[in-house]
Design a binder for this molecule. Structure first.
Ligand code: NDP
Length: 486
């Protein structure tokens, strides 16, 4: 007998309602851990974006004038609902993305709730400036919500990064048209259900699912959307600039990275090793902040390399739902193929695979899943393609260095500049190296230690602008200076 599986249809969230795409057509949504379609995503287009933008525009006057205490209360309720639904959301995230359920429970979903809590309360403390000109005049700066904001997010930390944009935009009094990644839409869909439950007024947040070149482009070029907050790849960021730049839209672009992890010989060896395991392979290496180029001072290079390889070999690649799984599936078959093609390239460039470097074939229903063994490669030059281009998977390179100057030159040699990690017990060296690294974020003796008040973003091709803390409110509001002559 043929088994007919029930395919859940994800719906758009427009003007407070869950609705079908106007075209009534859908795209397959894969579960990467089994390599099978398990739900359907609206294949929306510019007509759906038009409806969503109309709804957001109509909701703006009232929402922007809603007292911030009331906006704050609604968004805090949403945060509470995310916390109440932790298990359901974490399971959905793991199924949609392939990440270990334990990671979704520990990081992705709690952080989505924190994003709402942080900005819902942050707006209550956000104050604008005034500048007195002795007896002549007084200036005060109003910070006004701008209007409809377009928020476009990637697949690696789906709900976490989706809410990172939406929360400050809404708290500041804007309305939003948002597009989650078409590869991982499920938790954004569940969030829309929670928005209804939280009593978010109709049209304040609108979620349109679908492909980047249809929905993303329609948002980017819509004349009633003056603000674009985007997180994703550098190439996509450039496409957005081409459209939104000549329209003089306000843009925040959080893009790719190729982050250095610099390990000096005076580091706390065990801590550096333990954290390097996370910074290399957390979320299958699919975090924009992962340290994919590991530079180790020559004196401890062999010792570090042997210990790192040994520990990596013990990592379990397995069912994302098992509690002892360290690495789940990568997000899609094309992505798996892209990552593995970089391993091949590394070998062509003279690299030696110390461990991993291949697909992992699991048994039973996982046999068609997209699993890659955590991979360490040595013997490459710092300027080869493998060391310059973003791979975004569980693949790292390891290289020795001799001097501070040399490692800084190699670390700064890519077109990216998102995050760096430095391991040393010498405070002066830490300050010196941190000041000379070309990156928006430097972690010393830690990684991914996040305080949401701090500026977040990259330099060079890793992005334009900063999010995080009051930076996000500055982005999502327009300053207007009023000068009153006394
Ligand atoms: P993409 O750039 O492919 O996609 C990001 C989002 O943009 C998706 O929603 C995508 O839709 C959409 N999109 C695609 N094309 C267009 C377009 N022409 N116009 C408007 N929107 C479009 O990135 P990935 O989803 O592959 O995410 C991985 C990348 O994100 C990596 O480079 C990573 O470094 C970066 N990233 C950066 C972070 C940072 O903070 N700096 C954080 C996390 C990730 P669709 O899914 O349908 O293609």
């Amino acid at each position: 007998m043929v088994q007919i599986k029930f395919m859940q249809k994800i719906q758009n969230y427009i003007n407070g309602e869950l609705v079908e795409p106007i075209s009534k057509t859908y795209i397959d949504n894969y579960n990467p851990s089994i390599g099978e379609v398990y739900s359907l995503i609206p294949d929306s287009d510019e007509q759906d974006v038009e409806l969503a933008t109309k709804a957001a525009k109509a909701a703006f006057p009232k929402w922007s004038k809603t007292p911030k205490d009331d906006r704050s209360r609604i968004l805090q309720k949403l945060a509470q609902l995310i916390e109440d639904n932790l298990d359901r959301l974490a399971e959905a995230e793991s199924r949609d993305n392939g990440k270990p359920l334990s990671l979704a429970k520990r990081v992705d979903i709690p952080r989505a709730a924190s994003n709402f809590n942080f900005y819902a309360t942050g707006i209550l403390h956000y104050a604008s400036e005034s500048h007195a000109m002795e007896d002549t005049a007084i200036n005060y700066t109003l910070r006004e919500p701008i209007g409809v904001c377009g928020c476009i997010s990637p697949w690696n930390l789906p709900l976490y990064l989706f809410t990172w944009k939406i929360a400050p935009a809404l708290a500041a009094g804007n309305t939003v048209v948002a597009k989650p990644s078409e590869v991982t839409p499920f938790t954004a869909y569940l969030l829309s259900e929670l928005c209804v439950e939280a009593g978010l007024p109709n049209g304040v947040l609108n979620i349109v699912h679908g492909l980047g070149h249809k929905v993303g482009t329609a948002i980017t070029k819509h004349t009633d959307i003056p603000v674009i907050s985007f997180t994703g790849g550098t190439v996509t960021g450039a496409e957005i600039i081409k459209i939104a730049g000549p329209m003089f839209k306000k843009m925040s672009l959080e893009l790719g990275g190729k982050n250095p992890n610099i390990i000096f010989d005076d580091c706390d060896f065990d801590k550096a090793l333990k954290t390097t395991m996370h910074s290399s392979f957390a979320n299958q290496g699919q975090i924009c902040l992962c340290g994919s180029r590991i530079f180790v001072k020559r004196g401890i290079y062999e010792k570090f390399k042997i210990a790192f390889v040994e520990k990596t070999k013990k990592l379990k690649v397995g069912n994302p739902f098992d509690t002892d799984t360290n690495l789940g599936a990568v997000v899609s078959q094309p992505h798996m193929e892209k990552v593995l093609s970089y391993v091949k390239l590394a070998q062509e460039e003279g690299g030696t695979v110390l461990t991993g470097g291949h697909q992992v074939h699991l048994d039973g229903e996982l046999q068609n899943g997209y699993y890659i063994a955590p991979t360490i490669i040595e013997g490459l030059t710092f300027d080869c393609r493998t060391n310059q281009e973003e791979i975004f998977g569980p693949v790292v390179t390891i290289m020795p260095f001799d001097t501070e100057e040399e490692v800084l030159m190699m670390a700064n040699s890519t077109k990216y500049g998102l995050a760096s990690t430095v391991w040393t017990q010498d405070v002066t060296k830490a300050h010196n190296v941190a000041s000379k690294l070309h990156s928006g974020i430097v972690w010393v003796n830690c990684w991914l230690l996040r305080d949401l008040r701090t500026p977040f973003g990259g330099v060079k091709n890793s992005g334009v602008g900063r999010e995080g803390g009051f930076n996000a409110f500055e982005f999502f509001t327009e300053p207007k200076n009023v000068c009153i002559k006394l």
